[in-house]
Design a protein around this ligand. Structure first.
Ligand SMILES: [Zn+2]
Length: 193
């Protein structure tokens, strides 16, 4: 039998599992409902709002992704036999399928995870910005990092493609306790100097 260009991806992919329920106007992954919208429409919310509200709104976006996306991540982890390293790869793969850019897990040594994202729709949708804008990815990585480390994770977007001269977004994920320790030792150094 010939492959057709419309052949659906295999069941190991998120797209392969999703259902377009036309009569209900819904896109579903099991009981999880998805929504397609333009990246510039989504990020335009933040672009359009008064500057003083933007920071708190983006933090809320990260928190929402962490909470709701985190439930998906937990379900994937349990479905995959509770193997955290595989969860990272699964999230990276699913994120590409969902149009969240091209994710790569660059380093993972149990104490820190580094993820790069090329073609972030959040950076592209927002447009040029002085500071990182991919709070949705930060929120997802906070949830995933918490599952991988078995304790709350802290995530920083070190640089963002929305910033001038930057071609990809880079995220560093560490256990939150490690970050607190590092901050404390930096404060200690400052006091000592
Ligand atoms: Zn970014």
């Amino acid at each position: 039998m010939n492959d057709t260009p419309h052949r659906r991806p295999d069941a190991g992919t998120l797209i392969g599992r999703m259902e377009w329920v036309a009569p209900r106007g819904a896109i579903m992954d099991g009981d999880r409902r998805y929504l397609m919208l333009r990246a510039d429409v989504l990020m335009g919310i933040f672009r359009e709002m008064p500057a003083e509200l933007r920071g708190p709104a983006m933090e809320a976006f990260a928190a929402s992704v962490g909470k709701h996306g985190g439930r998906s991540a937990k379900a994937y982890l349990e479905a995959g036999g509770n193997r955290p390293q595989e969860l990272l790869e699964t999230i990276a793969r699913y994120s590409r399928e969902l149009g969240w850019g091209c994710w790569r897990v660059i380093a993972h040594d149990g104490e820190a995870i580094e993820v790069t994202v090329e073609n972030s729709p959040f950076a592209e949708g927002f447009g040029p910005a002085p500071d990182p804008v991919c709070h949705a990815i930060v929120g997802m990585l906070q949830a995933v990092g918490t599952l991988v480390f078995g304790q709350p994770a802290s995530v920083v977007e070190a640089c963002c493609a929305a910033q001038q001269g930057v071609d990809r977004c880079i995220f560093r994920v560490v256990p939150a306790a490690a970050r607190v320790d590092a901050d404390a030792s930096r404060a200690e150094e400052r006091r000592a100097s």
